[in-house]
Write a protein that binds this ligand. Structure first.
Ligand SMILES: [Zn+2]
Length: 427
């Protein structure tokens, strides 16, 4: 590495290592690795069909087989485009071309260049996204009109372009103001941004895509509130989103923490599932609430973001890498495509780590749901219904599941519910 002392490369690397180890420690210590003891006689071996009939399994597998190549291609294309823009002078050329139209000031290059770079990347992956939407339509999973699809693409891109442009602008400003210590300030800001972002997400970003209403008064609502009370996690409200505008899929989730925390049910659940199955779903979400899983995930993400920023501070002090991107110094706006490439690589590396943790947290929420409802039959019926409606492959390829799987497989979730019942029987 060149120019270490002058640009603060060594402290950046040291901070990246310390924060990286800290993030790893938090992941190792805070992830619930063992959520249910093995019953006498050993754990149930997951049934790869998850108890679905042969037609349902075949349909889910065909759907997955049609989508997996598209997901991989999209990932690969995104990486290649980002590398082409960030590791050659293509990206800095594009940045200057748009920036020069407005006078070529550094901040104008950033504010216009970032959206232009993200747009270029999105246009390349757009045909793949459209193909995936065709597949979802063909299998009856998407109810989105093409107008709404396009609107979603544009709104997502606009939000990410605006936020990314502002963040990159702030980083460049810091680099120019504090060339030696910018990465430390940016690291602190990254930690803060992840926390604030996760807190505000349900009130700022989610309403850009969905409308939310309170779960209507009735037996289900009173049962859900009673369940929350029993769980020791009383809720002010349970929301229903208008998911059916886009999909027939069944789902629910928790987002936010503190005063923005909410349990959201897809409206697709309401007419099609018996109450006890909806209660199993809500109980799983209440499990997340009980252990404050959104906050745990946010804090792990924040530490990871801090470590990644320090690492970027080290990498951006490396002359040959900067010159490859056509930049003279880290404060040169032509560095932006390289920064976006590093973010893409960071996201890719972070995905499997995030999913390893997520699968364990989801398994714990399943156990909490079973402890709360004490109704493994409804839980298993719900898992099967979700798998058959959402066309979830009950037993995806191991490598795929390791990288992309945010939840245990349906086969594993059902096997765990059976183990929960066996443990009860052995008591
Ligand atoms: Zn969950």
């Amino acid at each position: 590495m060149q120019g270490g002392g002058r640009t603060g490369a060594r402290p950046a690397l040291a901070a990246a290592l310390v924060l990286g180890v800290a993030a790893l420690l938090v992941v190792v210590l805070r992830t619930p690795w063992d959520v249910l003891p093995a019953p006498a006689g050993g754990r149930t071996v997951p049934d790869p069909t998850a108890g679905l009939d042969a037609d349902q399994v075949a349909r889910a597998e065909a759907f997955a087989a049609a989508l997996r190549p598209a997901s991989l291609l999209s990932l690969l294309l995104g990486l290649v485009v980002s590398a082409l823009l960030g590791l050659t002078r293509l990206g800095s050329g594009l940045l200057r071309a748009v920036g020069d139209r407005v006078g070529g000031r550094w901040w104008a290059q950033v504010l216009l260049g970032v959206p232009a770079l993200l747009l270029a990347g999105r246009l390349v992956t757009l045909p793949v996204s459209a193909y995936a939407e065709v597949v979802r339509h063909r299998y009856g999973l998407s109810t989105r009109s093409w107008g709404l699809w396009l609107r979603d693409v544009v709104v997502s891109l606009a939000i990410s372009a605006a936020l990314t442009a502002l963040v990159v602008l702030a980083v460049l400003w810091l680099i120019r103001r504090a060339p030696r210590t910018w990465w430390a300030w940016s690291g602190v800001a990254a930690v803060g941004l992840v926390v604030v972002g996760s807190f505000l997400y349900p009130v700022v970003i989610e309403p850009a895509f969905n409308r939310f209403e309170s779960l209507p008064a009735g037996e289900l609502r009173s049962d859900v509130f009673a369940l929350a009370e029993e769980n020791g996690t009383p809720v002010r409200d349970v929301l229903v989103s208008d998911a059916s505008r886009r999909t027939t899929a069944l789902n629910a989730y928790v987002s936010g923490f503190g005063s923005t925390r909410r349990v959201v049910l897809y409206d697709t659940l309401l007419d099609r599932l018996p109450d006890e199955e909806i209660e199993s779903i809500v109980a799983h979400e209440l499990g997340h609430v009980a252990t404050d899983d959104v906050l745990t995930g946010t804090l792990m993400g924040a530490l990871g973001a801090g470590a990644a920023t320090a690492l970027a501070g080290w990498l951006l002090s490396w002359g040959p890498l900067l010159r490859r991107a056509g930049a003279d110094s880290p404060g040169d706006p032509r560095v932006v495509p390289l920064v976006l490439f590093l973010v893409t690589v960071g996201g890719l590396v972070g995905t499997p780590v995030q999913n390893v943790v997520s699968r364990q947290i989801e398994a714990r929420a399943d156990v909490q749901a079973l402890d709360l409802t004490r109704d493994p039959e409804a839980f298993i019926a719900m898992q099967r219904r979700l798998a058959s409606t959402n066309l979830g492959d009950p037993d995806p390829p191991t490598a795929w599941h390791w990288f992309f799987g945010s939840h245990p497989t349906v086969a594993q979730r059902i096997a765990m519910a059976e183990d929960w019942q066996r443990l009860e029987d052995q008591r």
